[in-house]
Design a binder for this molecule. Sequence first.
Ligand code: BTN
Ligand code: 3PY
Ligand code: ZN
Length: 618
Amino acid sequence: PFLLALLDEPDFRAGGVTTSYIADHPGLLTARSSGDRATRLVRYLADVTVNKPHGEAPTTLDPAVKLPPLDASAPLPEGSRDRLLALGPARFAAELRAQNALAVTDTTFRDAHQSLLATRVRTYDLVTAAPHLARSASQLLSLEAWGGATYDVALRFLGESPWDRLAAIREAAPNLCLQMLLRGRNTVGYTPYPDSVARAFVTEAAATGVDIFRVFDALNDVERMRPAIDAVLQTHALVEGTLCYTGDLSSPGEKLYTLDYYLRLAEQLVDAGVHVLCIKDMAGLLRAPAARTLVTALRERFDLPVHLHTHDTAGGQLATYLAAIEAGVDAVDGAAAPLSGTTSQPPLQAIVAHTDYTERATGLSLDALTEMEPYWEAVRKLYAPFEMGLPSPTGRVYHHEIPGGQLSNLRQQAVALGLGDRFEEIERLYAAADRILGRLVKVTPSSKVVGDLALHLVAAGADPAEFAANPEKFDIPDSVIGFLAGELGDPPGGWPEPFRGRALGSRAHTPARAELTRDEEKALDGPDVRDTLDRLLFPAPAKAYRETRAAYGNLSVLPTGAFLYGLRPGQEVAFDLEPGVRVLAGLEAVGAIDEAGIRQVICTVNGQLRTLSVRDRS
Ligand code: BTN
Ligand code: 3PY
Ligand code: ZN
């Protein structure tokens, strides 16, 4: 089959077989024996070793050596998932509301690294930690482990199936509720999809391992959350209806995002049948007094539990949590201390320490959480090239209101545009773009619309007042046109006219697809629903993933140090092709570059020498 595949390749017929041909087409090696699977993974390691896409390894430490001891044979303690399955979501929520203990969600597996490390943390490092949490942190309400940007990034950058990640974490922590973040009609993407996509997505996610769905809409439009909410209500899972928080409801100047606004929104969510109300403070704008007001009012008015999420961008969110806790908030989100703070969540350890020996004590063990810190510190070091967060807290967030995940991302984009030293300007234009577009709730994807306009104004050297007055004279990014055309729904403050009409003018906009083809609908019902969803949501990244998978196999089994940085001469790495099928791979030497740009890489695979040809693209 290998030769036949080769003969089918168009440039083979034109050029002939050379070592460089194989080096450039590793996907041709498609046999599936375990020896061959090992060789394909070693071929990947050889390529990374030669080409160093992320430079030299920042550390040679294997995070696993930092893990506390684990007795895998001891029975698992009962956890939140056992209770959810026993009680069903409605009674589970009623108990959450009735209990005194503050419930805690651990965001380390999703939002924390999305907000600090460009979403790059791999399944390998998560699945290594999960059995520890299942045993030593079984009091958690949930592990937020999926959704948001993780789906896209897994396919696009990690060569991983997001579905396999979910299934693997599910298996490693079977007693804990796994939670995901779902962007309403956009599911885990950036534009709206037909309702049947949201339905199929939720059904497959619940079947694969999601127990708690946090559903939001970027403009707080409950109608746009409803298909996803309805779909969750058909499963075993719990659904959180989300109020995305913006502005400052304590400010006398706030006329749009007022307490009344949030209470009306909450009422619609309650009517839609959600089990929990979530306050999603994606930029870290909720101040302690406003938290006290909002949590008190929501709990007086409705009998659902309230779950608070924030980002510690300005540095004060533990104060917000304490005010909310005193006001009766039922659950809060935190991250393992080494992946907490600034654009990420407040640290779990501090949340536990500040409530211990009070009525609201979480039941979590401060010691157990702290014992995991060296592991997460070592993991974070491995991902150093993806650090893009703030070096320190910033008060400017109260002005520009950029969400945590986007703030770190935008700083990177600014550096790429050569504007790294002028980030304040981008922040100022972000705030101006937000005003021009009507003071939006800014969260994926509305935050991307505002960010795209801000970067566009910077790049064009345009004055925001001039742009607002004469939009027809300027190029406008596609995402902004789509937003103005109503693709994301109607903003709470209404449309900014006459700006909108003049910006749209006669500009063409291709609306998002409202319907699928019959074949696509059928595929969503079929056995390959995961592949179908990958393709529908992220056509290009799904293709990149399939190609990577065909070329190298299952990259998620490789330890992260080797995956990102390759091997040093003399170094050996062990990995499991599947449970019990261990491979020991080593690097002997890397040869000189030849006239065709190829290097011979001498490796060992379970003690046998292999020489691989790798193109040097560095
Ligand atoms: C984040 O967006 O918060 C984390 C980084 C994720 C990057 C992904 S990759 C493609 C997609 N497009 C974006 O602008 N961001 C996401
Ligand atoms: C996401 O949509 O990924 C978010 O984290 C929004 O806050
Ligand atoms: Zn968040």
